[in-house]
Structure formats: C-alpha cells, structure tokens
Design a protein. Sequence first.
Length: 329
Amino acid sequence: MKSIGRCRAHTNIALIKYWGKRNEELFLPMNSSLSLTLDAFYTDTEVTLDSTLDSDVFFLDNVKQGDKETAKITNFLNLFRNRANIETKACIKSYNHVPTAAGLASSASAFSALAGATNQATGLNLDLKTLSTLARQGSGSATRSIYGGFVEWFMGESDLSESSFAIPVDDATWDIGMIVIAVNTGRKKLSSRVGMKQTIDTSPFYSSWVETATKDIEKIKKAISEKDFITLGEITESNGMKMHATMLGAFPPISYWEPDSVKAIQKVKEIRDMGLPCYVTMDAGPNVKVLCKRSDMIEIENKLLEDFTRDQIIPSSVGEGIKLLSQDE
Ligand code: PMV
C-alpha cells in the first residue's frame, strides 16, 4: 500500500534572529524571532509511505543520501508516525530550488516542506500551527517557513513544545524585497547547532543578546504595522550585527564573515548614503542579505554589480507559505 504527499516550502531570512536553544531536544529557542519568507528559494518534497519498504530512503536532488542524513529524516518522520500510530517506512524525494551559486540550500524550507508532505501522506490533517511546532523539531528556522510574508516564531513557555510555534504577522505585499549577495557558496565550517551552543556556554554577552532581541521584536512589529521601512531596516541591521557580536564574544570566538562579507556591507552602506534605503543582515555563513524596497531593487542591483558579479546577486520578492503540490508540479 502506498500513500503520497507533496509539498513546497520557501526559505526565510530572520530579521530578528534566533541564536540559541533553551531545550536542545525540543528545539525550544531562547528568544522569539521574526523573519521574511523569500520567493526565490524553495524546496519541493515528496513523501511516499510504502508498506513494502524495510527502511526509509532519502534522495536529495536525485542523489541517494547516506545513513547520517537519512537518520535525521527518520527521526523527523517518527514525530508524525507516532501521532498516526503507524510504522510504515517512506521514500522521500527532495529538490532544492536555489539559483546556482546561491549557497543558500536551507534547512528551513527543507523541514517545512517535509512537514507538509508527511502531513498529507499520513492523512493526519494537522493544522498549520501544529505543523510549525513539528517543523521546528527538524530545524528551528523551519518553524517560520510554514507561512509567507513576515512571520513571528514565539519562544513559548518553559518546556512546552506546543507553546513554541510561528504565526504570520503581515503579508509583506507593501514594497518589500531582498537581495542576496552570495559571497561564498561552500558548506559552512561550523554548524548553527554547534555555534549556538558554544555562544550560550561561553559568550559573556549572551544574556544581553536575549534581552535586546526581545525588545527588538516589539520594535520591529510596530514598524511593520506602521509600514515604516526605514525603522524596519534599521532594526534588522542592528539585530543581525548584535547576533554576530555575541558570537565574537564566545570562546573560542566564532565568526562566519569573510573579507567579501565586509566589502558587501560597506557597499550597501555606500548605496544607502546615496539615498537608496537598504540594510544588511547575515546568518551562520558569509553571505550578505540586503533588505530593500522592491521598487528600488533594480537600481540597487546595478550598484552592487559595480563590485560583484551577476551570479553573486540574487534578487527575491516575498514568498508564500507552504502549499501542497499536484503530481505534475
Ligand atoms: O535553525 P537553523 O539551524 O537553520 O538556525 C538558524 C540560525 C540563523 O539563521 C542564524 C538565524 C535565524 O533565525 O534563522
């Protein structure tokens, strides 16, 4: 007997960052975070529950994955199988749609798409709120990719898994865009999981980070509700920098930056000083993301092309939440 689910999820970039878990097993974060879902980067995943299989099989971009990668997927599928009271194994086929050289293959879109596809294959019919708590247990940032536009992920209460989920805040259809400057597309040297733990355990700035991120969430939500782009950008840039400053305070210090990251940040500042509002944010890697007005995107791209190649500049508009796919999509 076979049962199939297919789902697309877009990646998201945090404007107020998540950097640290208070409960590692349940992926419960130290602070709430807020993101923008991007249209240009997404994952399509098909889950086929198949009673003739002896174990789960996982293909990523048509390449069969090894035991380590598959075990992660198996653990995740078990969250659904336990709820559905089944033990049926699955064949999982995932395709990352990321413009060549973007270096943004994202666990956020991956686990969000897997959650949506498994929900359909198991026939569990879970609501989006529950799906976001489950996606969270694959990868924290996946909690937010269930929805489109601006999305808030609540930190939740104590060790209560069901209290930490995402909600859509605003559809971001008011002149918002993002440009990714791909500085280096290789695999990151330090995983976000290890980087977070090292920061919590050793950075003397960590408690201030949590305090300031909590305040930033309130400020950015106000800016979003007032459609105040300048304040939105200023808080985004400041929050991202504070996260990286917290990491620099770790022992040994953590930095994901490369010389070209600094070059990109300086270029964005230069463009801003010329009168085009645009602001940077960075995650656990050297690539730089530029929050800007959608209507300014081409002009900003042209300025960035003075210092970077066409391949390195990837514009995106705002993405939607997860959607189920038909067989021919
Ligand atoms: O959930 P992960 O392992 O993808 O960690 C995400 C960490 C950051 O991208 C740096 C911040 C964030 O909130 O997405």
